[in-house]
Design a protein around this ligand. Structure first.
Ligand SMILES: *Cc1c(COP(=O)(O)O)cnc(C)c1O
Length: 432
């Protein structure tokens, strides 16, 4: 009925998540409130691990792309499930280290890591630093030389694949700020330089072709392009790069229009293609890394709001105003992303009203959804928006000096705060 198995409707007609009544959660913790189901997150982690076992002799590993949602408790959960972690900034790395995440199992990404961030990665023994460009490579080479260490590195490649996703979140094509281009020979030159450097060890080649992708074909194509590049490196330098990282981007269900593939279907198809290429090139199969972000946390999360007013503009539209908005979920304002919403205290009733869900910021574009079908809404109702586990808290802001909501984790009928609600004092703590 809803996006994932952790949701249901109880005898009161209220929406539940992980066995907890959402209306009760809204009362206990206040709104706006992010709620996440722990078992849904753990299940997603396990499906990735299992797909490597079933299709690739366990010769692979998933790294959770923590930009989707990074906080200490999530780092701990992901670590318990045996996944590695992707970080893209000093702040994400700091959070992971403070959560006790094994630095060996961290990949550090980013198209413009600062000198401080590169130092932080080297000083803390980060497993793999993913180089984005030649300037960064030179800087890293020099820093590693000064410290007398060998940096374990990967290279981000633009495989030139159009994954038919929203152009704002498409990153694999040649006109992208991310990575080395294959067509121009830049990627091969960089690989040669990395291999020649005694301070760098080229452990991996990496690509990430986009986000919220439902087709398997673009992933297969990317894997084949990357296998071809690996062969080229071998031919030119004699070196066989051990790992191939195929990034993330697996689509999730936001609405009934989304039909995600099971991860196993993805991995079985990609594994076949990789094995075939390895055989064709007479090379060993690479260790495969994947970097799911959205698909680990997205469907596990909802956001609960309280309806403040219902403004009917005859023959035009009805605005249902909530006590949050683009500050806790900027994705509609940024990408016109689709979301499913329900009135949580009337979740058993039919969705009969077409409304526009509006936030409380001083910005006309501050909408969560236009033309959403929901139950008849009234002030005081609890509104739930689904699939907000990824890229909501992590993209949240304090615009209009609105404090960020807390995150409550639920598990089999019990709940706990994993990120506290910001206070007004938190808002002014850096003001002088
Ligand atoms: C964003 C990103 C991911 C995760 O993408 P999802 O769509 O959330 O799975 C993985 N790898 C890299 C390099 C990324 O930039």
């Amino acid at each position: 009925m809803f996006v994932a198995d952790c949701f249901d409707v109880n005898e009161k007609g209220h929406l539940t998540i992980g066995g907890c009544d959402t209306v009760g959660l809204a009362e206990e913790y206040g709104t706006p409130l992010y709620v996440m189901d722990e078992m849904t997150i753990r299940q997603a982690c396990r499906l990735y691990q299992k797909s490597f076992q079933e299709n690739y002799d366990g010769h692979g590993m998933a790294f959770y792309a923590s930009k989707a949602l990074n906080c200490k408790e999530l780092c701990r959960i992901v670590a318990e499930e045996g996944l590695g972690l992707d970080v893209v900034s000093g702040g994400e790395l700091y959070t992971a280290l403070k959560a006790g995440f094994d630095p060996e199992k961290i990949h550090f990404h980013g198209n413009n890591k600062t000198q401080d961030e590169l130092n932080m990665a080297l000083d803390n023994g980060v497993g793999v630093i993913v180089m984005d460009n030649l300037d960064e490579m030179k800087r890293l080479d020099q820093l590693a030389a000064e410290k007398g260490v060998t940096a374990q590195v990967s290279m981000r490649i633009k495989p030139g694949i159009d994954a038919h996703t929203h152009s704002f979140i498409r990153t694999g094509q040649i006109d992208s700020k991310f990575g080395f281009a294959l067509e121009t020979g830049e990627a091969l030159e960089a690989a040669k330089a990395a291999i020649a450097s005694k301070n760098l060890n080229l452990k991996e080649i990496h690509c990430h072709i986009g986000s919220q992708i439902f087709d398997i074909d673009p992933f297969v194509l990317a894997a084949e392009v990357m296998m071809g590049f690996r062969k080229q490196i071998k031919d030119v330098t004699g070196v066989t790069v051990e790992c191939m990282n195929l990034g993330g981007g697996f689509g999730i269900k936001y609405t009934d229009r989304d039909h995600p593939q099971p991860y196993n279907a993805y991995m079985s198809t990609v594994a076949k293609a990789v094995k075939a290429k390895a055989k064709e090139y007479d090379m060993p199969v690479p260790f495969i890394c994947l970097e799911p972000g959205r698909s680990i946390v997205g469907e596990s999360g909802i956001t609960l709001y309280t309806v403040g007013s219902v403004k009917v503009i005859p023959k035009i539209r009805t605005y249902v105003s909530i006590d949050g908005g683009m500050t806790d979920n900027p994705r509609y304002a940024l990408y016109k992303s689709s979301y499913l919403a329900v009135i949580a205290d009337k979740a058993g009733q039919p969705a009969v009203e077409k409304v526009t869900i509006a936030g409380k910021c001083c910005e006309s574009g501050d909408l969560i959804q236009e033309d959403a079908m929901i139950q008849e809404a009234a002030p005081g109702d609890t509104l739930a928006v689904f699939s907000t586990g990824a890229y909501n808290y992590s993209m949240s802001s304090n615009y209009n000096r609105i404090p960020k909501p807390p995150i409550v984790m639920v598990k089999a009928g019990s709940s706990r705060v994993i990120v506290k609600r910001e206070t007004y004092d938190d808002l002014i703590k850096n003001d002088v």
